[in-house]
Design a protein around this ligand. Sequence first.
Ligand code: DSN
Length: 423
Amino acid sequence: MHQPAIPHLHDQDPDIAGLVEAEARRQYEKIRLIASENYVSPAVLEATGSVLTNKYSEGYAGRRYYEGQQNVDPIELLAIERAKALFGVEHANVQPYSGSPANLAVYMAFLDPGDKVMGLSLPMGGHLTHGWSVSATGKWFTPVRYDVRADTGRVDMDQVRDLALKERPKLIWCGGTAIPRTIDFPAFAEIAREAGAVLAADIAHIAGLIAGGAHPSPAGHAEVISTTTHKTLRGPRGAMLMSTAEHAKAIDKAVFPGLQGGPHDHTTAAIAVALKEAAQPDFAGYARQIVANARALADALLERGYDLVSGGTDNHLILIDLTNKGVAGKPAAQALDRAGIELNYNAVPFDPRKPFDPSGLRLGTSSITTRGLTEQQMPQVAAWIDDVVQATAKDDEAVLARIADQVRELLAAYPMPGWAPTP
Ligand code: DSN
């Protein structure tokens, strides 16, 4: 049963209610290893599903274009204050609809069309919005791309410095979507200072780790920090931009009226709730456990002969290069899904295969950590992944159903926030 219950949805639209319940059961029965996903708390779900969705609030607290902001203003101010306290920043804007609009607002704040932006290449672990060719950010601005080193799988800081000083981009991004190692914020900050660029840290993946003290913070190093709120941070689908006081006005103007209309007030409330949860002492334990689980899973995969980009992980994320297993990422990911293990196929650095059929798998441990799994279960998870990869190579479908049953059996002992099977 969904928690909070959805009786009106069942009455009025059984088709949608049935699909919502089916999705909840799917999330309950699967080992969810998509690195950007999580399970939010029932409190976050309640805020997301509240009457705040009925309200329009263009503008900022005390300066709105619509009346009736007696409750929305304090909600947004609470979210802002909690973000500032949690991340130790001077300014926070909680209105961006999601990560890509948040990042676009950074361009709007600091760049003119055609200006140079520097970011990690997408196939090396960067994000589309860091200047990749198919994104507006790569079409409307002039991208300069840095890579990871072929021998270490880690960002090549010498190349970052050389490129930054040669190309003099106005904006440098650090962070991305498939980076298994600690981001060296002070080193990026020094390079940005030398090059006269604004440094923006995209911490979407690791925000929860930073909040919980399990990854160094970019605060005090990057002038701008962009994050989604729904990955390791475990809030609703949304985003925030944080900055020094100096850039507050430019950031706010870029978000509204530069790019967006009314903020999604129900999301803002849910962000405030998630930030309060992230400030509790047990959140640090959750963040540490995410990393411990990822390390244990990486070690177990290495023991089974898996080739991990950079040789392991410092955070929640593992990137497997399947080339030595003779299986491509996509069929392996699809087989794993049929076996109750959900992740995504992913390009690996210097991937000779195409992005829609790449060589790798990307895994993350935030969802299974929220569920309560620990290092103890990671060798079993690695064994199942290995069995499925081997079965994929042999076209052995029977193994998958057996593992899906075993996965269901294991997970039945770990409650899922937001849904429980009807007794
Ligand atoms: N889709 C996000 C991720 O999975 O990392 C990035 O936008």
